[in-house]
Design a protein around this ligand. Sequence first.
Ligand code: C2G
Length: 131
Amino acid sequence: MRRVLTYGTFDLLHYGHINLLKRAKALGDYLIVALSTDEFNALKGKKAYHNYATRKMMLEAVRYVDLVIPENNWEQKIDDIKKYDVDIVVMGSDWADSDRFRYLEQYCSLVFLERTKGISTTQIKDTLGNR
Ligand code: C2G
């Protein structure tokens, strides 16, 4: 059984997120999403529209997602990989140019997936905010 792990906030769940989750799941058999907590988002200078419990409930309703765990900090990734016996970590291509996550390759494979063009949480917020 190949286990895949990805990270994110997944606020105002949209088809870009679904596309990412579908492709991440297709890399293995079991998909874990580490979902940024509201406290971690505050640390990152981000504020989600939906709180953690709501974002978690929505992700758990997606057929590609097998387990949602909290993402509390930047440093937990190695522990997550070991604890959940992860084979592949998936990140959005926004991080592909940075070496920031390369250290994970000592523990599992690291795959960057292309973002879906034309959709983002920020864009949804901006568009609706201007109506
Ligand atoms: N995503 C995507 N296409 C979009 C929007 C988002 O593929 N149009 C992906 C992002 O690349 C990310 C996931 O969906 O992998 C969740 O998106 P966000 O919640 O915006 O992710 P963020 O909190 O910025 O951090 O790459 C992992 C990052 O740590 C996710």
